[in-house]
Ligand binder design. Structure first.
Ligand code: PLP
Length: 348
């Protein structure tokens, strides 16, 4: 079917996956949420082909499908909580712990379970303070510690940046009673991992990577949105749910791809001041007419929404001097892959 589709140049995409896997030794692919646009099952199958031993999912809800689609270990990035009553306890699942009370609770609920202890970085999302590690170790019971984890921001403002933070956690891990030499890291560059490995050669450093693995070569991906309908409109004609008046003569295109696909309203640049707004009006800009820029590209240019995107389609205005695509043609669309949902994913 042709709707709002993702076409993948499979050979090129897999070349890029292979390159990332080679250049990031001990990689753990992250497969969560919308599966970076591909869907999680497809990425689980690709991970098997890459030969990795472990993948990371975001939440416990994502565990059962991951266990079914991937044969190795499945790490859960969201830390375990006692109120996650449906949390799958399985010998292939590795849980994350970041609070002393949770260590004791999981040790009681699932003795023998495999766990990571997580340190709280400048992200301030989850994890132990370094002074809590001794207390955590004291209540581990029969839990099996498979590693220590740190999740860093995209760029830390702490001294020494992400490398500095990682190095301080590596030192804290070494000084602690936590019995593991495996350090899972998120958001360290290859150079930073290399430097950390050189500094602490006894550590097995395993990067957890989503975006730069799955979306590492955007040139292998093309998103196509199909034109479903097309109408000539005259300036002043009222259209759509909101019965907005069209700013000029032109073509109104109804294109597959709406809010349910992750198409959002991109607001026009703020035009501040009466003078600037007057200038824009004088130029006859569609922005001044109150339209918003859409992610659809036609004739080499990003075009304007005639009104906010609908659930599964968008109404896009094309000025009369631009040749309109035909019904059934597809147009380019710029999407954010972490929020996109496609009708079909075509590996070619
Ligand atoms: C989402 C996530 C990742 C992967 O992030 P990307 O930017 O997609 O590589 C790594 N670690 C943790 C803890 C995450 O939540």
């Amino acid at each position: 079917m042709s709707g709002f589709d993702l076409d993948v140049d499979a050979a090129r995409w897999r070349r890029s996956l292979g390159t990332v896997t080679e250049t990031r030794p001990r990689l753990v692919p992250v497969i969560k949420g919308n599966g970076y646009g591909f869907g999680r099952d497809l990425l689980c199958r690709e991970s098997t082909a890459l030969g990795v031993d472990t993948i990371a999912v975001g939440t416990y809800d994502e565990v059962p499908a991951a266990l079914a689609a991937f044969d190795g270990d499945v790490m859960v990035l969201t830390p375990w909580r006692p109120f996650f009553v449906d949390a799958v306890i399985d010998d292939r699942v590795i849980h994350t712990l970041g609070r002393v009370d949770d260590v004791a609770a999981l040790a009681a609920a699932a003795p023998g379970a495999r766990v990571l202890l997580e340190g709280e970085t400048s992200m301030a999302r989850h994890g132990f303070d370094r002074h809590e590690l001794a207390a955590a170790v004291a209540v581990l019971g029969d839990l099996r510690v498979e590693g220590f984890a740190i999740h860093l921001p995209l760029r830390s403002v702490a001294p020494g940046g992400n490398y500095g933070e990682a190095e301080r956690w590596a030192a804290a891990l070494e000084a602690s009673q936590v019995e593991t030499t495996t350090l899972y890291v998120s958001h360290l560059t290859p150079g930073e991992v290399g430097a950390l490995s050189a500094r602490r050669p006894h550590l097995d450093i395993r990067p957890r990577i989503g975006t730069s693995l799955w979306l590492g070569d955007l040139g292998a991906l093309s998103v196509r949105a199909t034109v479903i309908d097309s109408h000539l409109v005259a300036r002043g004609e009222h259209i759509g749910y909101r019965q907005r008046a069209m700013p000029r003569d032109g073509t109104l295109l109804i294109i597959a791809g709406g809010t349910s696909h992750g198409i959002g309203l991109e607001s026009p640049k703020a035009v501040s001041g009466v003078v600037a707004r007057g200038k824009q009006l004088a130029k006859g800009g569609l922005e001044a007419a109150g339209l918003s820029l859409s992610p659809f590209r036609i004739g080499g240019k990003q075009r304007w929404f005639a009104e906010p995107p609908h659930m599964q389609a968008s109404m896009v205005f094309l000025p009369g001097d631009v040749e309109a695509p035909a019904v059934g043609d597809s147009v380019d669309v710029a999407v954010r892959f972490t929020t996109a949902t496609f009708d079909a994913i075509n590996l070619r």
